[in-house]
Design a protein around this ligand. Sequence first.
Ligand SMILES: Cc1cc2nc3c(=O)[nH]c(=O)nc-3n(C[C@H](O)[C@H](O)[C@H](O)COP(=O)(O)O)c2cc1C
Length: 467
Amino acid sequence: MVRSAGCASIHEGDCAPWPKLESRIMKRIRLALFLSGSVTQHSLGSWRHPLSASQHNRSPWDRVPFWLDIARSAERGGYDLIFFSDSNGMNLGHADRHDDAVRYAAQAPRLDPLQILPAMAAVTSRIGLAATQSVLAVPPFVGARAWATLDHLSGGRAGWNVVAGYLKSEGQNLGYDDLLAHDERYAYAGEYIEVCNRLWQSWDEDAIVSDTAGSTFADPTKVREINFAGKWFRSRGPAQVHRSPQGRPLIIQAGQSPAGRAFGAQNADVIFAICRSAAQMKSFRDDMRKRAVEAGRDPDRIKILFGMQPIVGETDEIARQKAAFHQSLVPLEAGIFYLSGHLGVDLSGEDPDRPLRAIDVPGVQGILDAYADTSGDGAALTVGEAAQRHAGSVGFPQVVGSPERVARWMLDMMEEAGGDGFMISPIHLPGSADEFGNLVIPILEREAGRSALDLAGPTLRERMMEE
Ligand SMILES: Cc1cc2nc3c(=O)[nH]c(=O)nc-3n(C[C@H](O)[C@H](O)[C@H](O)COP(=O)(O)O)c2cc1C
C-alpha cells in the first residue's frame, strides 16, 4: 500500500511519522534543475530570500560566474539536466501593464538562456543543457542553427523546450498583433520543427571527409537543399551547421491541453507536466503513452518529468519553518497578478474565497487543472490560495520535509503514478538547488538505483533514455 500521494506537501497538512526507507528496485529517477535566467526563480519570493546569492554582491545574478557555479554544482550534485524556462515578453497580469512584473521581479528582468548555456558547457562535461525558445522568436533556419551549434559546443548535450508562446506580450514584442488561436499555435510549431528536422538532416553524418590532399573538406553529394515550402515557412537549405552529435537536440515540451499533448506525442523526447497528485500524474502519463502509440512511437522513448518544489530541512520541523518563511516573502497581490497573467483572466476583482475552478479560463490548462484538482487534498483551491501558491511555486507541488521525507514522496509518486522523474524548482539560488543535490539525490540514488554519474550514454538523449 503506497502512502497517500501529496502528503509531504505543506499544503496538504501535517503528515504522520514517516516509515524508514526500505530499498526497492525501481527504474532510474531523472532530475532536471528548473531555472530562469533571472533574479527570481519560479517563486516570486526567491529574489527576496536572504540566501539568494543575488541578494548580495558576491556573485551577481547577471554575471557569468553566478551561472557557472550553478552548472558545476548541479553536475556534481547528480542532476541530469539544467533547464531554463524563457519568454520574450513579460507577464502583464490583469492590468495589461509591465508594472507588477518589474515590481515583483516576475522573471523580469530576464537574460537570454541561449547565451548562458555555452558558458555552462565550458565548465561541465556530463550534465544536459536545455532552454526554452519560442517558435515565434526566430525563423526555423536560425533556430535550427542555434540548437545545432549548442549541440556541437556541448558535445551532444543540448535540449530545446519548444514553445509556441502563450503570453500576449510575447506576440506583441515580436511584431504580431495577437497570438495565433490556441490549437493553431501547435500546428505552427509542428511545421517549424519539421523545417528544423529537415535542416538538421541536410548534412549526412559522414559528409565531412577532411581530405586535405584532395582539397575536399565536405563531400557536396552528402549535403542537400531542403526546399521546404509549407503553410507558414519556406527554407532552401542546406543548414549552415553540419550534423551535430545528437542529430538534433533533445526535444522537450510542456503543454497539457489535447492539442499540446498531441504535439508532445508527435515530437517530444521529454515532457514536463504540472500535477498535484499521483492520480493526476498517472492519468497524464497513461494518456501520453496511449497518444505516443497512436503517433507510431515507442512510449518508452518519451520521458515524463513532473514539476516539484522541494523545501528540505535537516528535520521536518526545520523544513516547515523554511517553508513558512519562504511563503512570507510572497505577497498575495503578487500572486493575483501573476496567476491572472498566466491564466489570461483578471482575478483582481474576484472573491479570494471563491473556488478557482468555478472560473472559466482560456489560459494555461495545466496550471488550472493542477489547482482545480481534487484528488490530492479533496478540495479545489480558492482564488486566494491558488494565487498564493502560484506566486510561491508556479503551481508545482511544494514538498516540505527532511531529506528522507522528500525522497520518500518522490519514490512513492514514481511507484504510484509511474513517470520518469522530476523537474526540481529551487526556492532560492544557489542554496536550495545545492541542498537538494547534497541531501536528497544521494538517498534517491541509494534507493532507486543508478546515479547520473554512472550512465554510459555520451549524449544527453542517450542518457535520458537509458534505464
Ligand atoms: C512546466 C511548464 C513549463 C513551461 N515553461 C514555459 C516557458 O518557459 N515558456 C513559455 O513560453 N511557455 C512555457 N510553458 C507554457 C507551455 O508552453 C504552454 O504554452 C502552456 O502550457 C499552454 O499549453 P496548453 O494549453 O497546451 O496546456 C510551460 C508550461 C508548463 C506546464
